[in-house]
Design a protein around this ligand. Structure first.
Ligand code: HAS
Length: 548
């Protein structure tokens, strides 16, 4: 029997703070996912938006902002605070700073939500200029970013104090994963901070005559692509450091896990131009450099596919699995936390492959701005990330509250339903995209709608409804765990042991400094010349538009 790792004997105060981050994330997810079935049904010509007195584009903005930006950010902030403190076995530097970050983010979200729901910011979650939203939308999003910076400061200060007390000690894997995620995010978010503070807020307040759409999009994607790894890395950390133990096995290789996580630091950032292949005004050479680097950033994910599968195979064989694939059936599929994460991993294989298709310049021209792209990102952020986070919530919320999950069976059903719904919906979207159906469009009422889109769009609608039911099961289970569950459980963190204990590591696998220098160098080579040219030629003259 593996030793169960008990948390640092500190704080109910820390637990409360982490729980509030998680609760806030679930409120955002609840609002965001509620709009999902409306989106999918609209595509099948069942438009329920008039009943809400909203339109498709407002609904899509709420859906994208609440799910992709707010749910993820709050969940990651809570989870990584907890994992860093647990990993270091060292108290958080400042609970007050943690709460300040929380409230700054909450105020930001309320401002952005008000501007969207009042019909003043239906600009979708990418808020491309020259669309012009109410200033409250941009100020709100800026506050959310400031909140993440405060939170990362707290994590870095915690680490620094631990390091002073433990000179020479190896940085635990959980802490390494948490710090890599936030260092990468802090560097990446500079792009969006400059875009919002220097361009969009003055633009929306009428202080600028107009905007330069190319400069603003380029700054957006400087942050926009690494953002997807900000979402993904906490899920990877769970797949590497926790899931193997939950499944009954060990981490296949800790050095390989560290190398994969660290590689994301330099490789995540200088790839944003793969979202701008069709933008005139970006020279081909930079698109080529970013294509190369996009293929490079798939490498740590391919390493993850290998290491995580090997760890799970170890678990399945220790549980009596035989033959080439017999170990898969022996994994504990009846554990909702494990089932959710395994299903997330399986669908991520398809999400990753579709990402590589997107990254190829010639095939990107075929799929860009079509429904293929939402087909891709519902397998990545809405499955690999969101379903993994649900799986993590199934052990973390009971552990933090000291009360058992209300229903394990409902959790397993919910995970399978999410898997099925997403597989069907994403297949429908990708199929329609290949037939030319555009994304970000109310297709139900589009006059150019082609008859051959009907079948795939009805697949998307069926998948969307299954996802809606799965979401209801998830929220029900969590709400009943919080309000009704009485069975006591101890705080246990399912930390996986490596197959081979690591006593010493090369210095470059035990610290972030060389990797931070590498990210600076890569940005200087792959982004700086383009950004300097765009700034030098910026013409802030395109007037704002309100297309909704
Ligand atoms: Fe992406 C667009 C390229 C990964 C999210 N992506 C998007 C957008 C989002 C998004 C939200 O190059 C839309 C943005 C918008 O609104 O315009 N993406 C990639 C590439 C990867 C990739 C190359 N994307 C992600 C992840 C996301 C995400 C991760 C969220 C978390 N993406 C693109 C491109 C576009 C794009 C273009 C622009 C498209 C356009 O034209 O607009 C790679 O990082 C993927 C690497 C992953 C793999 C898979 C590894 C597999 C694993 C599991 C294996 C499982 C096994 C089974 C073996 C190579 C780890 C195990 C067995 C068991 C029993 C469990």
């Amino acid at each position: 029997m593996e030793e169960l790792h008990r948390t640092h004997p500190m704080d109910t105060a820390l637990k409360r703070q982490v729980l509030w981050y998680l609760y806030a994330s679930f409120i955002a997810l609840f609002i965001g996912t509620s709009f999902g079935p409306f989106q999918a049904l609209e595509h099948a010509r069942i438009d329920l938006y008039p009943f809400l007195r909203l339109n498709y584009y407002t609904g899509l903005t709420v859906h994208g902002v609440m799910n992709a930006l707010v749910f993820t950010t709050f969940f990651i902030s809570g989870l990584l605070t907890f994992l860093l403190v647990y990993g270091l076995q060292h108290p958080l530097y400042s609970l007050r700073l943690g709460w300040s970050a929380f409230w700054v983010m909450v105020v930001g979200v309320l401002l952005a939500a008000w501007s969207i729901l009042s019909g003043n910011a239906s600009v979708l979650y990418t808020f491309y200029a020259p669309m012009k939203a109410h200033p409250a939308f941009y100020i709100g999003l800026a506050l959310v970013v400031v909140g993440t910076w405060l939170l990362s400061m707290n994590l870095f200060l915690t680490y620094r104090r631990w390091r002073r007390l433990n000179p020479g000690a190896m940085m635990p894997l959980l802490a390494l994963g948490a710090l890599v995620t936030f260092v990468m995010w802090d560097i990446a978010s500079i792009g969006i901070a400059v875009e919002v503070v220097v361009l969009l807020i003055p633009f929306s307040l009428g202080w600028l005559n107009g905007i330069d759409p190319l400069l603003s999009r380029t700054l957006f994607w400087f942050t926009g692509h690494p953002l997807v790894y900000f979402w993904l890395l906490p899920a990877y950390l769970s797949w590497y450091a926790l899931l193997p133990h939950q499944a009954g096995g060990r981490l296949f290789s800790e050095p390989l896990a560290r190398l994969a996580l660290l590689l994301f630091l330099p490789l995540s950032v200088p790839v944003g131009l793969h979202h701008q292949f069709t933008d005139p005004g970006v020279p081909e050479v930079w698109k080529g450099v970013h294509t190369f680097l996009t293929f490079a950033v798939a490498v740590p994910s391919l390493m993850t596919a290998f290491t995580v599968t090997a760890s799970l195979e170890d678990a399945g064989r220790r549980r009596g699995g035989r033959g080439i694939l017999g170990w898969i059936a022996k994994l504990p599929w009846g554990d909702p936390s494990v089932a959710a994460q395994l299903l997330a991993i399986i669908l991520f294989a398809f999400g990753g492959i579709s990402g590589i298709i997107n990254a190829s310049y010639t095939t990107n021209l075929l799929v860009h701005n079509t429904l293929w792209v939402p087909g891709h990102f519902h397998l990545t952020v809405a499955t690999a990330v969101a379903l993994s986070f649900m799986g993590i919530a199934y052990w973390l919320i009971p552990s933090l509250r000291g009360r058992a999950l209300w229903s394990r069976r409902l959790g397993v059903v919910q995970a399978f339903l999410w898997f099925a719904g997403m597989a069907i919906m994403s297949r429908g979207m990708s199929w329609a995209g290949l037939l030319g159906a555009p994304r970000r469009t109310a297709l139900g009422s589009a006059p150019y709608r082609l008859p051959e889109w009907n079948l795939p769009l009805s697949w998307a609608a069926v998948g969307g409804v299954l996802l809606g039911i799965s979401a209801i099961f998830f929220f029900l289970n969590i709400a009943l765990t919080v309000w009704r569950s009485r069975e006591p459980v101890p705080l246990e963190v399912p930390l996986a042991k490596p197959r081979h204990e690591v006593e010493r590591l090369p210095w470059w696998l035990d610290g972030l400094h060389p990797w931070i220098i590498a990210v600076g160098a890569l940005i200087a080579v792959a982004y700086l010349p383009l950004l300097i040219t765009l700034v030098a030629h910026a013409t802030l003259q395109v007037p704002g538009v309100r297309v909704w």
